[in-house]
Design a protein around this ligand. Sequence first.
Ligand code: PNS
Length: 164
Amino acid sequence: MTTAVYPGSFDPVTLGHVDIIRRAAKMFDRVIVAVGINMEKKPWFTAEERGELLRSATKDIQNVEVVEFEGLLVDFAKSVDATVILKGLRAVSDFEYEFQMALTNSKLAPEIETVFLTTSAVNMYLSSSIVKQVGILGGDISPFVPECVHDEIKSRIKQRSRLK
Ligand code: PNS
């Protein structure tokens, strides 16, 4: 049985993330979506909120679980018996950062392979930052996020813009 961990900030989940999760669920026996902390980013949504949004967005996919984690990704991966870290690649701009993380993780845990899935062409431009930017400026985020979590994401972004 092969378990893959798909880590990220997911702040918030986008259609691009769900596309990668759906495709990964066909490739691996178990996919664990790992909601982590990126020390270089200040999340808008709490880890619990990000996890809940992901759970709603993936509830129809049998072999997918969503787990919030702290600490090193490789330690989390080992704790759930994962042998694969799965990442999505959108464009060349993602490559340098992802390459650095993959090599670091492989140094820390050589038994865990990082596997990259290229994004579907339709999602190439899409990111959580785009969702937040369009949302806070009053634009329509429905083309970018799963329908079932659209209202929740929108109201959270609205709430955030009132605080500013
Ligand atoms: O969606 P992101 O922001 O690119 O996700 C980054 C994340 C959370 C996957 C990454 O920051 C991470 O793995 N954090 C855990 C800490 C860790 O293991 N760092 C060493 C890897 S370089």
